[in-house]
Design a protein around this ligand. Sequence first.
Ligand code: GLU
Length: 314
Amino acid sequence: MLDDLPNTLQSIHDRERVRSDGQVATYIPELAKADPDTFCIAVTFVDGTSHVVGDEHAAFTLQSTAKPLVFGQALQIVGRKLTVSLTGVEPTGSSFSSMVGLDEIGRPLNPMVNAGAIVTASLMPGSTPEDRFEHVRAAVATYTNQDTTIDEAVYRSEKRTGDRNRALGYLLKDKGTIEGDVEETLDLYFRSCALRATTQGLANAAATLANYGLNPHTNERVVDETYIKDILVVMLMNGMYNYAGRWAYEVGLPAKSGVSGAIMAVVPGIMGIAVYSPKLDTYGNSTRGLAVCRDLVQRYDLHMFGSTMHPRNP
Ligand code: GLU
């Protein structure tokens, strides 16, 4: 059914390349320097086969696409009960950096908003900040199948200007949701967001989730299969900012978007899709990325409640 995918990706890329709507994120000053025309689409199947079209060498910072990966590590390290008791799994209906994203007891509503991701960062293991960062970096490297490093300029730019995240961090500490040194936890959060990947690397990460936690290229396990549904559910409900409901309706795949212009989407048991193009709509989602995902889902009937995903087979 997906035999013509390489040609399809090329024709979608040719068509969407001329799309001009959207704005590059500027609230992290360094992100404003991104070339708005950069555009790449990549797909990795669970057997490790990959297809990529466009600017395949362009590397970008993961930003919020790191959130599901770090959430997976938190589940893996402290277990489901504690992680979910500290981060919640409810949709927020407000923006990623919202101060409203906490419930009445000071718990973030879910781990896909910044407050929740600051909590999952606080759960990373290690006796020093460097150990904790290395844990995240190594996990992301296993997901992406790339030897990832941080983009120092983006990291410093966000650290210098990230006062809203700083406010969230201190609020979470005040409520007792996170423990320890707030600045250290924030530093780990900023560094996780500044980890770099190419579109192919992000498609590999999505394919690792589609492959129930095993990297399809190396067969290395990065997260236990039992936690995949936890990750995919919060991605489906909360992965696309305030567009999450429309996304579930139109595309219907677990996904995560980042303000660098990255989107990854998971077709469980089949493949991971990634798109990078830095122009964002008003919700913060890549405009080309949305168009590509909508097109692929319609063309191949990939919506999770579509008949291809659930053939009538008594
Ligand atoms: N580092 C970004 C922030 O905290 C991530 C936002 C995003 O990609 O949604 O503002």
